[in-house]
Design a binder for this molecule. Structure first.
Ligand code: BF8
Ligand code: SF4
Length: 645
């Protein structure tokens, strides 16, 4: 594979650390995700448009969107059916990933309840009891352990088929719940909705593309108000509700003087025990004996977000940094759990002394050392992994260590509880600021990196346009790292906001861009939106809110987008989903859904244009609530600088 020549790497990312590591990759002839993307060109046009199908052995089939080639698959499926089925399967895979992660956390809560582990405990008994109340579990006079056991038992039903409505969906405004009931999309069991999607999209089952997509919304809702929400809530119970704190971000968080361990993936169960193990006096002494000054942990992707939010562990990077972090030559060990971990990392690690350790039996990586994770022996396994890292320090080649930047400061830890506390216990001050127009509205910028888009450009430019127009931004997932590195997540960044938002941030000592956590923590956005709507006595779709996923790549992001829209929040995607082969599906997603869920998708790669679309939407919603509002038409839609990916 040829590695890019010259200065091409500057076009790939806005970040100095990425550019520096790409230069090293270039000099050392190590391929990265960008080379592999180039090697895939031209990518399949049918797949890009969503009109290829390989779900049965009469196929694979394709429908020619230009009318020259076949218009039907072998079974007779047309472009609408094929596109809808493919999209539904993406949603199911994304929802399954989040929800299975939630199941693992739930299993851990169950272990705690049964007394089968001493590696985990109930860190927030008050939140445990609040959740128990939502599940109608009497808690008086019961120990935390007993409550944990009963709650775990009840929540296991969230995955089954005895529920006609997921209990956490009762947090949604009454009007939204009634709408879901009327449409027949009230989320029931998480596994039920996922399996039903797979059933409906088998050949010869659901051949009504609208019906397929309606169920897909139900499937996504079972993720947002079920599996993902459960993952967030139970992680808070077990590991603590995040509170605001300062930390650092970018590759500069790696320390040449220390044993460096990167925590990569999504599930905090493993990373929490590694954090504990890294403070073990015996292992610290061993690190010193090996010539290191200490043990340094750094996060990547959403595992990074989890430990950043709760423990302030610094963040090395987002999705496109995973191979590049290894190329610093300073990483003794990368421990992975699951999701978004490119199989390429083990190959990159082979060029360095870095050990990759996989930990979940459902996520094996050839080339990695596998240490099977068992929550019952969590701390012991954590120590085993940290020991491997410390012992690997002697294999480091100091001349190859390049840490290209100084770390950037960022603030983290904005759980809904923390936001409400900062506001004095109720969302009212935020509502007042929105009513007065100091804050025009709020936008969740979420999701990934995708090598089809210059790394972090989509996130940071959109964020800047929004905050300078007095729109509060909340971030999760890989968007966090982008905005953190760009210096948008410190209290001082309030200077970059418009006058109204700036004044609010300065009064509260908070940044204009708040970190709400990992991708499952997008459910914190749902909870905040529901709390605002319930306080105002309106549905979520009436609020001046929006979502954006400027650089998404993952099926999980599709599930998130669908549950956000189905919850009533307008969402702009920066990367085109594979639906454009069906004008009917596109029309439904971008227009028709307004009359169904009161919110639609838009697709816009250019961040300036995306910001204008969002601002117009927010002003429209302000007017709808009877608040002072700009004429949406007065907000210019700039010329596109970036084409659709
Ligand atoms: O769940 S933002 S690249 S790391 S999918 Fe993955 Fe996307 Fe990052 Fe987290 Ni979310
Ligand atoms: Fe072709 Fe139909 Fe089979 Fe899909 S389900 S591969 S369109 S025959």
């Amino acid at each position: 594979m040829t590695v890019i020549s010259g200065n091409g790497f500057k076009k790939r990312s806005i970040n100095v650390d990425t550019q520096a590591m790409l230069e090293i990759a270039h000099k050392q002839g190590i391929p990265t995700v960008w080379e592999r993307l180039e090697a895939q060109q031209p990518q399949c046009g049918y797949c890009n448009l969503g009109t290829s199908c390989r779900i049965c052995a009469m196929g694979p089939c394709r429908v020619d969107p230009f009318g020259d080639g076949p218009q039907k698959g072998v079974c007779g499926a047309d472009a609408d059916i094929i596109v809808a089925r493919n999209l539904a399967r993406m949603v199911a895979a994304g929802a399954a990933s989040h929800s299975d992660h939630g199941r693992d956390i739930l299993e851990t809560l169950h272990h705690v309840g049964e007394g089968h582990t001493d590696a985990y405990t109930i860190s927030d008994p008050a939140k445990l009891r609040r959740l128990a109340a939502e599940y109608h579990i009497a808690t008086e006079g019961k120990s935390d352990q007993q409550v944990a056991k009963e709650l775990a038992w009840e929540m296991m039903e969230d995955y089954g088929m005895r529920r006609q409505q997921l209990p956490l969906s009762l947090r949604a405004p009454q009007a939204r719940q009634e709408l879901w009931k009327k449409l027949g999309v009230m989320p029931r069991g998480v596994d039920w909705e996922n399996v039903e999607t797979l059933h409906r999209t088998h050949m010869g089952v659901d051949n009504d593309w609208v019906n397929i997509l309606l169920h897909s919304a139900r499937n996504a809702l079972s993720d947002g108000w079920g599996g993902s929400m459960l993952a967030t809530e139970l992680s808070d119970v077990l590991f603590g509700v995040p509170t605001p704190k300062m930390s650092q971000v970018n590759l500069g968080v790696l320390k040449a003087s220390h044993v460096n361990i990167i925590l990569h993936g999504h599930n905090p169960m493993l990373s929490e025990v590694i954090v504990a193990a890294s403070q073990d006096p015996e292992l610290l002494a061993l690190a010193k004996a090996k010539g290191a000054q200490g043990i340094n942990l750094a996060g990547l992707c959403c595992t990074g977000n989890e430990v950043l939010m709760r423990k302030g562990i610094p963040m090395a990077g987002n999705h496109l940094m995973q191979e590049l972090a290894i190329m610093t030559g300073a990483v003794e060990l990368m421990v992975v759990d699951y999701q978004c971990i490119m199989p390429a990392v083990t190959e990159t690690a082979r060029c360095f002394h870095t050990k990759v350790v996989s930990t979940f039996d459902k996520a094996r990586f050839p080339g990695a050392e596998h240490i099977s994770f068992d929550p019952g022996r969590g701390l012991e396994i954590g120590k085993q992994i940290v020991r491997l890292a410390v012992e690997n320090f002697s294999k480091r080649v100091p001349e190859r260590v390049i840490i290209p930047v100084q770390p950037a400061p960022m603030m983290t830890g904005f759980s809904i509880e923390a936001i409400l506390q900062a506001l004095g216990g109720t969302p009212q001050p935020l509502i007042d600021a929105i009513v007065k127009g100091n804050i025009r509205g709020a936008v969740g910028i979420v999701g990934c990196n995708n090598p089809k888009i210059k790394q972090d450009l989509g996130h940071t430019e959109l964020t800047k346009r929004l905050i300078e127009n007095d729109i509060l931004v909340v971030v999760t997932g890989c968007a966090t790292v982008a905005d953190g590195k760009a210096g948008l997540m410190t209290p001082q960044a309030a200077e970059k906001a418009g006058p109204g938002l700036r004044a609010v941030c300065q009064a509260l000592g908070i940044p204009p861009v708040l970190h709400l956590g990992s991708c499952v923590d997008n459910t914190r956005i749902l909870v905040l939106a529901a709390a605002l709507a319930n306080t105002l006595g309106v549905d979520i779709s009436a609020l001046p809110l929006a979502g954006a996923a400027p650089e998404w790549y993952s099926e999980k992001a599709v599930a998130i987008g669908v549950y956000v829209v189905a919850s009533g929040i307008y969402t702009v995607l920066g990367v085109a989903p594979p639906v454009f082969g069906s004008p009917n599906v596109v029309k439904l997603l971008t227009e028709g859904l307004e009359g169904v869920f009161g919110a639609t998708f838009a697709v816009e790669a250019d961040p300036d244009r995306a910001a204008a679309l969002i601002r117009r939407h927010i002003e429209k919603k302000r007017a709808g609530l009877g608040l002072e509002a700009l004429d949406p038409g007065s907000i210019p839609l700039p010329e596109a600088q970036l084409a659709l990916a």
